[in-house]
Design a binder for this molecule. Structure first.
Ligand SMILES: *[C@@H]1O[C@H](CO)[C@@H](O)[C@H](O)[C@H]1NC(C)=O
Ligand SMILES: *[C@@H]1O[C@H](CO)[C@@H](O)[C@H](O)[C@H]1NC(C)=O
Length: 497
């Protein structure tokens, strides 16, 4: 029954779009995690505290279930099982992040933790032994508290601190790691951590902190990229990119297209234009509107800190690829009441932008997440039109539920529908998408949602001492897609129903 339905469905799809469901040769599949969300071992060996340790320990009321990542999936001890899972899925690569305070306990390169380095060497070598490429995110939100005490991402000196840390990890792991992502989701860091104050370190500085952070992140990323260029590229021949979170902005009506374009500049351009556009620097429309707005408010300078000429040159072109995280979309119309505005752009009210969603978009288990598969294709095409033919690695995409179930049909449907749009993007729109990463390998500490919501291909039993991992139906489905290099596989097998 299922496979008959499937064949009929595929046949109609193939007629409608005139494409086959195979992925291009060389297209790679992976799964992702991040250090604070899975490792645990928060006080293991000489690791120092990071902002998530401190945030969850001192402000546990900010986490829905008052939980923390002290143990999480215990990957600090269970890393061999993680490699086994990556292998069971048939992943081409595994994307994980490094804990800055585990490698550099002071936050600075004065002392490198032997145990921290050993942990990541074990993981990298274990993956390579199974033929799985390690893809490393250098920074995925867990800033050493020692650097937060000095202002964190609002202190311009962090650009050098980050470049120094990057240099250490390039030299430690660059012989074996060929794909590097400097920073994960500047928009979440700046808009949500330093703007809305929802994520650690919880700095609420709407329309100020976010812009300072944006500039510092761009310069920090670029300095790390230049370090790789100067000192490691010739020897190791790897690639360095940056990952951002792309929230597609759809106009509510046709008349809202211009405002939607402004919202795209705020959500995407703010963190991409300086790197990927030909001219570099801030998106001109944003620069102009924010200068105007700041002046009207009585500020003597724009809320958006200026780049120097040298900084524009430093940042421009500083990426070998674009890392693309995507989950959901928003609609845009003019803001009248100055309330509302769904997560997460802290700068949207001042630009007169009201974010919403269409009623028919199904909501996932968290309040920011609505399903709209076409959004991913539109966002990818927008990037190509705006910045040209850059290689795009999809570094996160996935679905969350509150249920612990093993047969996760909703997640399977999400993966199918989004991957179908990605195929259309590649085959119909000619977007240079080079790979896809499922978020996430296993259930984990989902930031302020704690352990309440599950994004995992593998279910994790957080009551068992070894944090037992069990594959969901979606894990088996993803493995079938990878094995066949095609979406033309059974969505559900009989034993999963
Ligand atoms: C590490 O933290 C745990 C609580 O998560 C605690 O039980 C343990 O004593 C701590 N270990 C050290 C060495 O401080
Ligand atoms: C694998 O994909 C091909 C199309 O590329 C399809 O014809 C075939 O049925 C698929 N195999 C399985 C086991 O699903």
């Amino acid at each position: 029954m299922v496979s008959l339905f499937h064949i009929v469905f595929c046949a109609s799809l193939c007629v409608v779009y005139g494409i086959d469901l195979t992925f291009p040769p060389g297209f790679k599949f992976g799964a992702a995690t991040s250090s604070y969300q899975i490792e645990g071992g928060w006080n293991a060996s000489d690791k120092s505290e990071n902002i998530w340790d401190v945030f969850t320990h001192t402000m546990s009321d900010k986490i829905v279930d008052n939980s923390n990542g002290d143990i999480a999936c215990d990957s600090y001890n269970q890393w061999q099982r993680d490699i086994e899972m990556a292998s069971e899925l048939g992943l081409h690569f595994y994307r994980f992040s490094l804990s800055w305070s585990r490698i550099l306990p002071s936050g600075f390169p004065d002392r490198i933790s032997e145990d921290g380095v050993k942990y990541y060497n074990n993981l990298i070598n274990g993956l390579l032994a199974k033929g799985i490429e390690p893809v490393i995110t250098i920074f995925h939100w867990d800033l050493p508290q020692s650097l937060q005490d000095l202002g964190g991402w609002t202190n311009p000196m962090i650009a050098d601190w980050f470049a120094d840390y990057s240099k250490v990890v390039f030299s430690l792991f660059g012989d074996r790691v060929k794909t590097w992502i400097t920073i994960n989701e500047a928009t979440s860091i700046c808009d949500v951590s330093y703007g809305l104050g929802i994520l650690a370190p919880g700095v609420r500085s709407l329309e100020y902190g976010n812009y300072i952070c944006a500039k510092n992140i761009l310069v920090a990323h670029a300095k790390a990229f230049r370090v790789y260029d100067r000192e490691f590229r010739a020897k190791f021949n790897g690639k360095v990119g940056i990952t951002n979170h792309f929230l597609w902005m759809e106009p509510e009506t046709e008349a809202d297209e211009e405002l939607a374009e402004l919202a795209r500049e705020l959500a995407v351009g703010l963190y991409s234009h300086a790197i990927f556009s030909k001219e570099g620097g801030w998106p001109p429309v944003l620069e102009e509107k924010l200068a105007e707005y700041s002046k009207r408010q009585g500020y003597t300078r724009s809320r958006l800190p200026a780049f120097t000429k040298e900084e524009i040159e430093l940042v421009r072109g500083s990426a070998d690829f674009l890392g693309f995280n995507h989950y959901t979309s928003r609609t845009v119309r003019e803001l009248n009441d100055r309330k509302s505005a769904l997560w997460p752009l802290s700068g949207s009210p001042s630009l007169g932008i009201r974010l919403s969603v269409r009623p028919e978009w199904k909501q996932a288990a968290v309040k920011w997440f609505f399903v709209y598969p076409e959004g991913i294709r539109r966002q990818l095409l927008w990037l190509k039109k705006r910045y040209g033919d850059i290689p795009i690695l999809i570094t996160e995409n996935g679905y969350c539920t509150e249920k612990l179930e093993i047969v996760d049909k909703d997640r399977i449907d999400y993966y199918y529908n989004y991957l179908e749009q990605i195929l259309l993007s590649i085959k119909e729109d000619g977007v240079n998408v080079v790979g896809y990463t499922a978020w996430t390998l296993m259930d984990n500490f989902e930031w302020v949602s704690g352990y309440k919501v599950k994004f995992g291909l593998y279910q994790v039993d957080f009551t068992s001492p070894s944090r037992t991992r069990t594959p969901r139906a979606s894990a088996k489905y993803y493995a079938r897609i990878i094995k066949n290099h095609s979406l033309d596989v059974n969505k559900y097998e009989y034993d999963e129903l």
